[in-house]
Write a protein that binds this ligand. Structure first.
Ligand code: GLA
Length: 389
C-alpha cells in the first residue's frame, strides 16, 4: 500500500475508534474497510449480462464494530452525525435515516439467505465522496456484509457476498443496479482492474499499465435523475433484447446488430447500439492493454464517452465539459464519464509524467466552462473489502 493510502486509512481508523468509544463507551473489536470504485470501460453493460472493467480505488468506507449478545444493530454514521438502530428480528425501512437502509438491506439479505446474524454496534465513516458515482453506497453494503460475516463466523465467498449486497440494493433499497459495484468492491485487487463477465460472474485480472495514472475528476454536479433514468434504460435494453429474440443484449454481436437494427425503433436502436458496441470495446480494450497498446485503450475510452453521450444519453453538460477539457491536455490517453451518469465523475488515463499538470489544467478549464470547482483524485487501484488487523 502506498503511504498516502495508508495515511488516509489511518485517519479514518482514528476517527472511527474515537467516535466508537464516545458513542458506545468501549473500543471496537473489528475494523472493516471497503473501497470505492471507478469503471475504466464497460458502462451500462453489467445488467445486460455483458463485460465491465472496474478497479477499486484508494478511498474507503470504514466500519468500526463490536458484537452484541442480542439482536440489536446500532449505527452511528459519523459523516451525517446521525444514528439509527434496528432489530434483526424485524428489519424495516427507516425513511428518516434513509442512509441506514443499506445496512438494513444487507442484514435482511443475509438473513433471507438463511444466515444467522449476531447484533452489533457500528460507527461508519468514509472518504469516498457521497453521491459522486464512486459507489460509496455499495462500499457501505459490502463493508456491512463482511462485518456481519466476520462477527457471526459465516463462510461467504466474495462473489456470493457481492450478489447478496446487490440483492439488498435491488430488493430492499429499491435501486435496480447491476452487479459491477458490489463485485469490484468485494473482489478488487491492488494495481489491477478486473475484467468481469457479468453473465458467468468470473473475472480476469488486468494490470493497470505501468507509467500511467488513473485520475478521477469529480464534476461536483450531484447526480440528479439517476434512479428513474437508470430504470428506464434497463427497460429499453430489455425491450431491445426481446425484439431481437435474445436473453440479453450480451448475445448480440456488432455484426448481428448491424444486420437487424432496422427492426428497432429509434430510441431502442440507440440504446442497443451503445450496449452492443460497448461490450465489444471492453474486450478490445483488454486485448490492447495486454499488448501494451495504451494509446488504443485510450481511444476506446473516448469512443465509450461519445456513445454514452449520444446513443445512451446518460451524460450531462458538466461531464462533457470535464471530458472535453481532459481531451485537450498533453499526456492524456483517454477520458470518459464513469458510472451511471447524469453527474458524478469522469475517469482518465494519463501518462504519469503529465498527471500533476493534467490535474491543474483540467480543473481550471472545467471551472472556466461551468463555474463549478471540481475535485481531482490521482488514484491507485486498491484491494477490495478487507478486515484491518
Ligand atoms: C451504476 C450501477 C452499476 C452499473 C453502472 C453503469 O453504478 O450500480 O451496476 O450499471 O451504474 O455502468
Amino acid at each position: 500500500m502506498n503511504s498516502e493510502t495508508q495515511a488516509g486509512l489511518d485517519a479514518l481508523c482514528a476517527r472511527a475508534r474515537e467516535a466508537f468509544q464516545r458513542t458506545y463507551g468501549l473500543l471496537p473489536t473489528l475494523l472493516v474497510a471497503a473501497p470505492g470504485r471507478v469503471n475504466l470501460i464497460g458502462e451500462h453493460t453489467d445488467y445486460n449480462d455483458g463485460f465491465v472493467l472496474p478497479a477499486a480505488i484508494d478511498r474507503h468506507v470504514l466500519l468500526a464494530v463490536a458484537p452484541r449478545r442480542d439482536h440489536l444493530v446500532r449505527l452511528h454514521a459519523l459523516d451525517f452525525a446521525a444514528y439509527s438502530q434496528f432489530s434483526l428480528d424485524n428489519i424495516e425501512h427507516d425513511a428518516k435515516a434513509s442512509w441506514s437502509n443499506y445496512e438494513r438491506g444487507v442484514a435482511w439479505a443475509l438473513q433471507s439467505a438463511g444466515y444467522a446474524l449476531a447484533g452489533m454496534d457500528a460507527v461508519i465513516v468514509g472518504d469516498v465522496p457521497i453521491g459522486s458515482g464512486l459507489s460509496s453506497s455499495a462500499a457501505v453494503e459490502v463493508a456491512t456484509a463482511l462485518a456481519f460475516q466476520t462477527l457471526s463466523s459465516l463462510e461467504i465467498d466474495g462473489v456470493r457476498r457481492a450478489l447478496l449486497c446487490q440483492k439488498a440494493e435491488n430488493e430492499f433499497v429499491g435501486m435496480r443496479c447491476g452487479i459491477m459495484d458490489q463485485y469490484i468492491i468485494s473482489l478488487g485487487r491492488r494495481d489491477h482492474a478486473l475484467l468481469i463477465d457479468c453473465r458467468n460472474l468470473g473475472y480476469e485480472l488486468v494490470p493497470i499499465p505501468q507509467g500511467c495514472s488513473l485520475i478521477v475528476c469529480d464534476t461536483n454536479k450531484r447526480r440528479g435523475l439517476v434512479d428513474s433514468e437508470y430504470n428506464t434504460r434497463r427497460q429499453e435494453c430489455e425491450r431491445g433484447a426481446a425484439i431481437l429474440g435474445v436473453p440479453a443484449l450480451r448475445d448480440v454481436s456488432p455484426e448481428v446488430f448491424r444486420a437487424r437494427e432496422g427492426e428497432l425503433d429509434e430510441v431502442t436502436r440507440k440504446r442497443c447500439r451503445h450496449v452492443v458496441m460497448e461490450n465489444a470495446r471492453v474486450l478490445e480494450a483488454v486485448r490492447a492493454l495486454r499488448e501494451g497498446d495504451v494509446a488504443r485503450f485510450g481511444e476506446l475510452m473516448n469512443a465509450s464517452h461519445i456513445s454514452l453521450r449520444d446513443d445512451y444519453e446518460v451524460s450531462c453538460a458538466e461531464l462533457d465539459a470535464m471530458v472535453e477539457a481532459a481531451w485537450r491536455q498533453e499526456g492524456v490517453l483517454g477520458a470518459r464519464m464513469t458510472g451511471a451518469g447524469f453527474g458524478g465523475c469522469t475517469v482518465n488515463l494519463v501518462r504519469q509524467e503529465a498527471a500533476d499538470r493534467f490535474a491543474v489544467r483540467v480543473a481550471q478549464e472545467y471551472t472556466r466552462a461551468t463555474g463549478l470547482v471540481p475535485e481531482i483524485y490521482i488514484c491507485r487501484a486498491e484491494e477490495g473489502v478487507r478486515v484491518l488487523s
